[in-house]
Ligand binder design. Structure first.
Ligand code: GBH
Length: 491
């Protein structure tokens, strides 16, 4: 049989699609939700490319059953989504009231997934901090307050979890802390938009705040995991961890300074978070680069931080060539480019400047993470935005050849990493189930495997969805048992 020659992933491999609350839900003032830092930021003129905001998005708060029916039609094993902190605790803080309506929404959502045989894979925080916490004490900048409030929020979220804990087993604390710190407090392109660049922001200090925010994010993650392990894990048997963003880095050429530069880039993009969490210390390169500006953990904190993830979670999209030089600390003072020394491009250009296809880089990154951190890996995001897709008629957009090619390469790298390199990979979530609110790009950039017509909110599957459905159907052993042949007595 042909099926036997196809290399296989684990039987319990979780494949599916990912989204985030603010990017899809809309209904921002519904059922007692409080404002988040993205509400006001996205409504401020000039903050998003096309002026788009999160008021409606893909209307998924109201259409969640339709979204789940779509997931079911794709035959996914799992769905990764995030909870909105402001729906669960509208003002955000540990002494603020919990909103039962918000909890009920996610409880029903989880129920609906389970009813449809889809594993919920839940992110607690995907960038939508309650505005109340930012106004009250500076949000992520304030260690004493924000760590306690995040831990309390985790606990509130676990009210949901507790009701369905026998079947909900996968938790992520934070999505991409690098983006929160750098884009929110360094470059100022994401909420809350703080930056030293006075053309962009009236407040903020890019030389100190991102490092402080990152430190507080790591502690918030770690103490939430501690709570989970102490109070929930034994009875519920789930796993909890963090997911980071990070792309593979290749030296521009084999000169020693560019080889060192590529490693420094990985240290800042990934090691900034992964090294303390999995190895127990900040990368030495960062200490050298930042000196006193890099906060330090107390011995007690470090004991909580080290080992605070049950697995390794990674979002990854592309690969960069790295040259020594430049003064962008968030890239390790190196220059990133897609242009090879011979002038050719690394891969196919996406709609966003930061993304080109390069599937070999995905495989190399998985190997690097496996060797360095020695944890089972959950790939929690991977995807592509087709150039100018937003200006195409729907039928043309549905035929998303560049995205199909991207996923062809990614899945080939995935299966090779597993079967040829022996990397322990447990999940693959494509970003995203739907075109949605793409942060500072507004609705100009589309990442969905399903086209959304924002005028009607109609959903249209693209070719890339069909590709992934077929590919995972062929590469995960089926758990369907053979139907017994009925005996005449049963008939
Ligand atoms: C993910 O981030 C997010 O988790 C998800 O919400 C988002 O929709 C998806 O990607 C697609 O973008 O040019 O300086 O602003 C991916 C990691 C890191 C990619 C920052 C974009 C932009 C750097 N992102 N990068 S900059």
């Amino acid at each position: 049989m042909a099926a036997q020659s196809v290399p296989q992933l684990r039987k319990d491999f979780l494949w599916g699609f990912a989204t985030a609350s603010f990017q899809i839900e809309g209904s921002l003032d519904t059922d007692g939700r409080g404002p988040s830092i993205w509400d006001g930021f996205s409504r401020t003129p000039g903050k998003t490319l096309d002026g788009g905001n999160g008021d409606v998005a893909t209307d998924s708060y109201r259409r969640y059953k339709e979204d789940i029916a779509l997931l079911k039609s794709y035959g996914v094993k799992a769905y990764r989504f995030s909870l909105s902190w402001s729906r669960i605790i509208p003002l955000g803080g540990r002494n603020d009231p919990v909103n039962e309506q918000g909890i009920a929404f996610y409880s029903n959502f989880i129920d609906e997934l389970i009813k449809n045989g889809i594993v919920p894979f839940v992110t607690l925080y995907h960038w939508d901090l309650p505005q109340g916490l930012h106004d009250r004490y500076g949000g992520w900048l304030n260690k004493e307050e924000v760590v306690a409030d995040f831990v309390n929020y985790s606990k509130a979220s676990f009210i949901c979890f507790e009701r369905f804990g026998d079947r909900v087993k996968h938790w992520l604390t934070l999505n991409e802390p690098w983006c929160v710190a750098v884009l929110g407090y360094g470059r100022g392109v994401f909420a809350p938009g703080r930056s030293s660049d006075r053309n962009r922001s009236t407040e903020g200090d890019s030389s100190t705040e991102p490092w402080i925010v990152a430190h507080n994010l790591i502690l918030s993650h770690a103490y939430a995991v501690k709570l989970y392990r102490e109070e929930f894990k034994a009875k519920q048997g789930g796993v909890i961890g963090i997911t980071l963003n990070g792309d593979w880095a290749i030296p521009y050429d084999d000169s020693p300074e560019n080889v060192a530069a590529a490693q420094a880039t990985l240290d800042v993009a990934i090691g900034w978070y992964a090294d303390p969490i999995y190895l127990g210390f900040y990368p030495p390169y960062m200490k050298q680069m930042l000196g006193e500006r890099l906060p330090e953990f107390t011995a007690e904190e470090l004991a909580v931080v080290k080992g605070s993830s049950d697995f390794y979670g990674q979002n990854t999209y592309t690969t960069n060539l790295i040259k020594a030089g430049g003064n962008d600390e968030f890239q390790g003072n190196n220059i990133q480019t897609f242009t090879r020394p011979d002038g050719t491009q690394l891969g196919t250009q996406a709609h966003c400047a930061w993304l080109q296809t390069y599937p070999e880089g995905f495989r190399a990154l998985l190997n690097y993470l496996w060797k360095r951190y020695k944890m089972p890996i959950y790939v929690t995001e991977n995807g592509f935005a087709v150039k100018n897709e937003n200006s195409l008629p729907i039928e043309k957009a549905q035929n998303d050849t560049d995205r199909v090619e991207y996923f062809e390469g990614a899945t080939e790298s995935l299966i090779k990493a597993v079967t040829e390199d022996g990397v322990d990979i447990r999940s693959y979530f494509a970003w995203s189930l739907l075109d949605n609110f793409e942060w500072a790009d507004g609705y100009d950039t589309r990442f969905g495997v399903t086209y959304v017509d924002y005028k009607t909110q109609q959903r249209y599957p693209k070719a890339s969805a069909k590709f992934l459905v077929k590919w995972f159907g062929e590469h995960i052993p089926s758990d369907k048992v053979e139907e017994p042949v009925p005996t005449s007595k049963e008939q």
